[in-house]
Design a protein around this ligand. Structure first.
Ligand code: HEM
Length: 418
C-alpha cells in the first residue's frame, strides 16, 4: 500500500461508520481499494459469510496492510524457528482449524473463567487503588491496557513479571502489520516480537516437560501428541511443534488482551458521553451492566472487521466473486444495520436484545473468549460504578480520537475525573 492509500485507510478506520452506511445502502457488495477487499457490511451478508467457511476461507483473516522494512524483516528472520510460520486458529480452516480450536474452547469454558475471576477482581482493585486518590486518570494507560493482559496471562499460567513485555509487544505487532511505521519503531517492534516468541518457547518447553494446571499446559499437551513427538528426540518437542505452539500462544494472547482493552475503552467513552446512561448503570448495576456491555459491543465493537477469501467462485448479495476474492467482513457494520436494529446509530443501553449482535462472531470461528471478555467488562463496570459514581470525561480533556484500527477500535486516550 502506498503512503497516500495508508493515510486514506487510516482516515476510514478512525471513523468507518459512514463508509459502512454507504456500503449497506449500495446494491451488492462495495469494493474498497484502500482495504483491497469487498466490504461485507449488511448483517445478513456478514452472517452468511461466517456460516459458510468452506466457501469463505479464513486463510487471510488478519492479513496486514503494511510491509515491514528489510531491516525489520531481517530481525524477524533472525528469530527463525519462532517466526509466525506456524498455523494459528484464526487463519486456519476445516480439520486443521478444529484441531487448534478444540483445546482453546475447552480451556476457556465456564469453570476456567470462574476460577480466574478472583484474580481478575484483585488485579482490577489494585489498578484502581493506584489512582483513586488522584481525582483524575487516563483510563486507557492506567487500566484498560493493563487488566486484560494480566488476566489472559494468568489463564495461560504466565509469570506476572512477563506480562508487560507481552502487552507492549502485542500493541507493537498490530502497529507493524497495519501502520506505516518509521524505521526505529519497526525495529523496536520486531525486537519485542522476537523476545516474546523466545519467552513463549521457554513456556512451551517447560510445560511439555512438566505440565501444570494452566491453559499453556493444556494447549501444549493436546497439540503436541505422542505421535508427532516420535519424529524428534524422545521427550523433546520438535522445532516444528515448538514453532506451531509459539505461534498459537502468541495468537491467543493478541486475541485475548488487545480486544478487551479496546472494548473497555469504548464502553466508558459511550457511557460517559451519555451521562444519563452512566447514571442508569450506577443506579441499577445488576440489570444495566450486562445491557451496557452488549450495547457497546453492538454499537462500537473492538474487532470491527476480519478478512476472508473465496475458495471458489461464489455469489454474495448478488455480487459475483471469482475464486481468490478478498472480503472484509465487518462485524462493526452489522451492528449498525437498520434492517436488524431500530435507530442503529443511537447508543441506547435500554434497547431490547442487543445480545443478538455478531460482535463476537458466529459459526466455526466464533469467539471462544467471549465469556472471559464479558466477565472482565462486568467486573470493571461493577468496580467503577461502586467507586466512582460521579465519573465523567474531564472538562479540559482533549477531544477523544479513535485509534486507526479495524481490529482493536478504541479511544487513543480517555481522560476521566470524578
Ligand atoms: C471484547 C473482547 C473480544 C471481542 C470483541 C472478540 C471478538 C472476536 C471475533 C469477532 C472473533 C471471530 C473472528 C472470525 O470470525 O474470524 C473472535 C475470535 C477469537 N477470539 Fe475473540 N474477542 C474478544 C475477546 C477475546 C478473548 C478475551 C479471547 C481469549 C482469551 C479471545 C480469543 C479469540 C480466539 C482464539 C479467536 C479465534 C477463534 C477461531 O478462529 O476459531 N477473544 N473474537
Amino acid at each position: 500500500m502506498d503512503p497516500q492509500q495508508h493515510a486514506r485507510a487510516a482516515e476510514l478506520t478512525r471513523d468507518p461508520y459512514p463508509l459502512y452506511a454507504r456500503a449497506r445502502g449500495a446494491k451488492g457488495l462495495t469494493y474498497v481499494p484502500e482495504f483491497g477487499a469487498w466490504l461485507v457490511a449488511r448483517d445478513a451478508d456478514v452472517r452468511e459469510v461466517l456460516r459458510r467457511p468452506d466457501v469463505f476461507s479464513s486463510a487471510n483473516a488478519v492479513r496486514g496492510s503494511a510491509r515491514p522494512s528489510p531491516a525489520a524483516l531481517a530481525v524477524l528472520a533472525d528469530g527463525e524457528g519462532f517466526s509466525s510460520r506456524g498455523g494459528v486458529v484464526v487463519t486456519s480452516d476445516g480439520l486443521a482449524h478444529q484441531r487448534l480450536r478444540a483445546p482453546i474452547v475447552r480451556g476457556l469454558g465456564p469453570a476456567r473463567v470462574a476460577a480466574a475471576l478472583p484474580f481478575a477482581v484483585e488485579c482490577a482493585e489494585a489498578l484502581v487503588d493506584a489512582f483513586a486518590d488522584k481525582g483524575r486518570v487516563e483510563l486507557m494507560e492506567a487500566y484498560a491496557m493493563r487488566l486484560p493482559g494480566q488476566v489472559v496471562g494468568h489463564v495461560l499460567g504466565l509469570d506476572p513479571a512477563d506480562v508487560p513485555l507481552v502487552v507492549r509487544a502485542g500493541h507493537r505487532t498490530e502497529a507493524l502489520l497495519f501502520r506505516p511505521l518509521g524505521e526505529e519503531e519497526q525495529l523496536a517492534a520486531v525486537h519485542d516480537m522476537v523476545a516474546v516468541k523466545r519467552l513463549l518457547d521457554g513456556y512451551v518447553c517447560d510445560r511439555y516437560a512438566a505440565p501444570r494446571d494452566d491453559l499453556t499446559s493444556e494447549l501444549v499437551t493436546s497439540l503436541a501428541t505422542a505421535d508427532d513427538a516420535e519424529e524428534g528426540e524422545p521427550g523433546l518437542l520438535t522445532l516444528a511443534q515448538r514453532t506451531e505452539l509459539v505461534a498459537h500462544l502468541n495468537n491467543f494472547l493478541l486475541a485475548g488482551h488487545l480486544t478487551t482493552t479496546a472494548l473497555i475503552g469504548t464502553a466508558f467513552l459511550h457511557l460517559l458521553s451519555n451521562p444519563d446512561q452512566w447514571r442508569m448503570v450506577c443506579e441499577e448495576p445488576e440489570r444495566m451492566i450486562p445491557a451496557a456491555i452488549e450495547e457497546t459491543a453492538r454499537f462500537d465493537t473492538a474487532l470491527q472487521a476480519f478478512r476472508r477469501v473465496t475458495t471458489r467462485p461464489a455469489t454474495l448479495a448478488g455480487t459475483e466473486l471469482p475464486a481468490g476474492a478478498e472480503l472484509l467482513v465487518a462485524f462493526g457494520a452489522a451492528g449498525r444495520d437498520d434492517a436488524r436494529y431500530p435507530r442503529p446509530d443511537v447508543f441506547d443501553i435500554t434497547r431490547p436484545a442487543a445480545a443478538r449482535h455478531v460482535a463476537f462472531g458466529l459459526g466455526a470461528h466464533a469467539c471462544p473468549g467471549a465469556l472471559l471478555a464479558r466477565e472482565q467488562m462486568r467486573l470493571t463496570l461493577e468496580l467503577f460504578t461502586r467507586r466512582f459514581p460521579g465519573l465523567r470525561i474531564a472538562a479540559d480533556a482533549p477531544e477523544v480520537t479513535m485509534r486507526p484500527s479495524l481490529i482493536h477500535r478504541a479511544p487513543e486516550a480517555l481522560h476521566l475525573t470524578w
